[in-house]
Design a binder for this molecule. Structure first.
Ligand code: BEZ
Ligand code: FE
Length: 286
């Protein structure tokens, strides 16, 4: 079996059609690998029909993106696209649950009401330029996460609209702080073909608890990333393979009466810290 068609661009050019060399290189490589797999694994016609029916069903269910996520392709492509050079904070995939236009709020920032169920978490840090570490005054943060039940607000009728989704600005020194509740691990949608695929290959649909963030500032590349919680049972077994050690935060628990009084709380709370470093955009001063 021929594994690639090196004459492809030549033949197309001869036929007067424009040739995209990048597309040709990608198709030649992927086809070569697929042909080798079909041959080495002796794939049969019933197996091919089953695979084609599954791929058709993926499209009907609108789950191609989710399939790319659980195959680890989305994370690999994110790494190819956003090179976190030097001290810049590593990027991560946006995921399917981002809602643009979350409420823009001022200090003191809270992602939810005070009576939101779960462990209160105060998250703070600074946004800086990865070039030289200059604080990025007024940087914009856009944060979204699940409730303690592991549900985003749009999939949970018990949460108010936009719950646990907020945008806010860092202060003049690039510092930010917000109040929220500790996020929880959750299962990605698994009632459709992707769920069946995971079960068929002996995999689970769990993601470790995480916060999603978009951080932006003038003259810097916008950053989309996630922060994971140390000690989470799924930290080393994320179904989309997206955990990076540099994006892990530790939660410190506070239960002393003085600490509670200082925060005006009547129950223990957690704190966590994370500084973001944004990559300068293009040449010129950052
Ligand atoms: C998420 O983090 O929300 C997510 C990412 C990829 C697939 C499903 C969910
Ligand atoms: Fe998520």
């Amino acid at each position: 079996m021929a594994t690639t068609n090196p004459a492809g661009p030549v033949a197309a050019a001869a036929a007067g059609r424009p040739v995209d060399p990048r597309l040709h290189a990608v198709v030649a490589r992927v086809l070569g690998d697929l042909h080798a797999a079909v041959r080495d694994l002796a794939i049969t016609e019933p197996e091919l029909r089953q695979a084609l029916a599954f791929l058709t069903e993926l499209g009907t269910a609108g789950e191609w993106q989710l399939f790319s996520d659980v195959l680890g392709i989305s994370v690999a492509v994110d790494a190819n696209t956003h090179h976190a050079a030097g001290s810049a904070t590593a990027s991560n995939v946006e995921g399917p649950f981002y809602r643009p236009g979350a409420p823009l709020v001022a200090e003191p920032v809270a992602l939810c009401a005070d009576d939101e169920p779960g462990d209160v978490l105060f998250m703070s840090g600074q946004v800086r330029s990865a070039a030289g570490g200059r604080p990025l005054a007024g940087a914009l943060l856009d944060v979204w996460q699940t409730s303690q039940a592991g549900l985003y607000e749009h999939e949970d009728p018990d949460q108010p609209d936009w719950n646990l989704r907020r945008r806010f600005h860092a202060d003049g020194a690039g510092r930010y702080e917000f109040r929220t509740v500790a996020p929880a691990p959750y299962q990605i949608p698994h009632s459709g073909p992707v769920g069946r695929f995971l079960a068929a290959v002996g995999r689970h649909p769990w993601r470790p608890a995480h916060l999603h963030l978009k951080v932006s500032a003038p003259r810097h590349e916008p950053l989309t990333t996630m922060l994971y919680v140390e000690g989470d049972p799924w930290l080393h077994d994320d179904t989309i393979f997206s955990v990076k050690p540099a994006l892990t935060i530790g939660l410190t628990r506070h239960d002393q009466p003085d600490d509670l009084a200082a925060r005006g709380l009547d129950r223990p709370f957690c704190t966590a810290a994370y500084d973001f470093a944004l990559q300068p955009a293009g040449p010129g001063p950052a």
